[in-house]
Design a protein around this ligand. Structure first.
Ligand SMILES: [Cu+2]
Length: 231
């Protein structure tokens, strides 16, 4: 009996450790889903207009197509109809933590106006949300420090959206573009001048030597020809 009770207690502990639910949040050892909503209509919607299945990948390899960026989603923009239900499959292709956060949603359905998926490493999660009817552009990003600044930023438009957000890779100009200024000191200028001179000198010597070798070869050939004629 004692063993049975201990066993049941242990099962309970393991169960609660592997998956916990707090209000609108689901957590386990792989990740977290916060404020998923597949049933409740926004106040301005009478019914779900369409069901949209979207797969979103997150990872460093998706940033390779953008100069100077380090993290990205595989797409930077989605457009859905007003009152669409979006079924998101979020896939993390990296071994590090990534999030998919959508901001600006109505607070009465999504606490703090936010829908949030998070994976602590490679893996995938699925969750749904229902968009309001308003023509609007929503920010989609990863909030892990420096991930958005380094490219993990996108936009979700409803009904074509109300404009592009800034700094969306491949879509809109950055608010502050990265600059890589050269610190021109006397020393760095002297080093540059020295490199240019060394490059010119090496090219000159290579050309002179090539000419010398060519002349020698021609002389040898002429000697051989004259020997043949004499024979
Ligand atoms: Cu991230």
């Amino acid at each position: 009996m004692k063993t049975l009770i201990i066993g049941l207690l242990m099962l309970g502990v393991i169960e609660s450790a592997s998956a916990m639910s707090h209000g609108g949040m689901l957590m386990d050892e792989k990740g977290m889903i916060m404020n998923a909503n597949s049933d409740n209509l926004p106040r301005d919607c009478t019914k779900i207009s369409e069901n949209v299945d979207i797969t979103i990948h997150a990872g460093q390899k998706h940033a390779l197509k953008f100069t100077g960026l380090m993290f990205a989603f595989d797409q930077q923009e989605w457009d859905v109809k007003p009152c669409a239900k979006i079924n998101i499959t979020f896939i993390n292709d990296d071994q590090i933590r990534h999030q998919l956060m959508i901001h600006g949603l109505p607070g009465y359905l999504y606490p703090e106006g936010m829908f949030h998926l998070e994976l602590y490493g490679e893996g995938q999660l699925q969750a749904s949300l229902i968009m309001p009817s308003q023509k609007k552009t929503y920010l989609v990003h990863c909030e892990v420090p420096q991930h958005m600044e380094k490219g993990m930023k996108a936009q979700l438009k409803v009904d074509g959206g109300d404009g592009d957000l800034p700094s969306i890779p491949g879509i809109s100009e950055p608010v502050r573009a990265d600059v890589y200024p050269v610190d021109w000191t006397r020393l760095s200028m002297a080093v540059l001048l020295l490199c240019v001179l060394a490059g010119c000198a090496i090219t000159y010597f290579v050309m002179i030597n090539a000419q010398g070798i060519n002349n020698k070869a021609q002389k040898t050939l002429a000697k051989l020809n004259s020997k043949r004629k004499a024979e």
